[in-house]
Design a protein around this ligand. Sequence first.
Ligand code: SAH
Length: 414
Amino acid sequence: MSPRNPARRASTRTASQPRQAPQAPQASQPRQASRAPQVRPSDETPAVPIQLAPRRRNAPPRHFADLTTEERADAVTALGHKPFRARQLATHYFEHFSVDPETWTDLPAAARESMASALFPPLLRSTKVLTADRGTTVKTLWHLFDDARIESVLMRYPKRTTLCVSTQAGCGMACPFCATGQLGLTRNLSAAEMVEQVREAMLTLANGEIPPGPTRLNNIVFMGMGEGLANYTALMAAIRMFAAEPPHGFGMSARNLTVSTVGLAPAITRLASEGLPLTLALSLHAPDDDLRSELVPLNQRYCVDDVLDATRGYFEATGRRVSIEYALIKDMNDQPWRADLLGSILNKRGRGWVHVNPIPLNPTPGSIWTASDVEVERKFVERLRAHKIPTTIRDTRGSDIDGACGQLAAEEES
Ligand code: SAH
């Protein structure tokens, strides 16, 4: 699709220069917009271009978790074993989270090592583990086979445990407020590289390594590094393994798997046709194309109306209420008129299909942007609720270990 809403770029200025005269409000915006301070992304950040093609195309070695059930049986047969061995391997992997051949005692001792090396090449190597919240938030930095880096964040709450998973090394979407967005896209992850992040977390939880004791993983959010819908095939293969009944997968409820997207409208429509009641989160961050095209550059290709129509279509196809993510950035997107505009563009598409998650911005290093003042945040929420939009502020677990939303940016080796 050709760009429908080219970004309006404000002229660059330094922080000490006077602000530009604010834009005249559009017809749909109340007059007070013209008097409120307006910080623009382009005031500070040189634009990083959207990058759809990864810098690297190398694929990790084939892994058991890249294969369908049939392909696993074929792979085991090709190694000279009976096909039923694939089911035994799947039980070890998906039910016991084990890739250690010594624990595979129901398999012939002589076959274990060769199966392990042919089908379970190590894909993730943990190089740094940071904890917060008395050990209940854990961020892990992983090195991949080609030394690309990703991160995952495990968050244990009193009644549930959630893993934030990466879908790409880096990200090509170039959102200026997101640390990963500034890295560019190194490469897509394979399905197994996503599944391995989850298996590692499940093993950690089953072993009782996260206080207060052993537990299971309930939720997965694809809100780590990357834009999952830009890596659609591998993402769906991983999702099917998360949802498949054991021993073919982890047996998780699709409702507890959340795909978060900047708004790749055709991929949202495709996701709606998969027949899975996944939870969809749309990173909207602004209700008007003018600002959104700067905050989420892909908006230049799929504008607010396009992504909301696709998202509403997702609700109609799946019956799943959609989450709208909205990072509240001081004086940028937190004006009451934007809350009103958001309420009206959502309600225009029906009632009861959506809820909004404002997230206080986690400032990325070096950024002059900050989270909205608490009072402004409260007012924003109040205005949305006045439009009868269910609204809950999202927590920012792990912000002190750079593990909260948008802060994931694997460090370079020193
Ligand atoms: N590419 C996907 C998923 C990764 S980011 C997406 O954009 O949805 C997960 C969420 O964190 C998104 O809603 C993203 O907009 C948000 N986010 C990114 N940077 C942030 C920051 N600095 N503060 C708060 N939220 C941020």
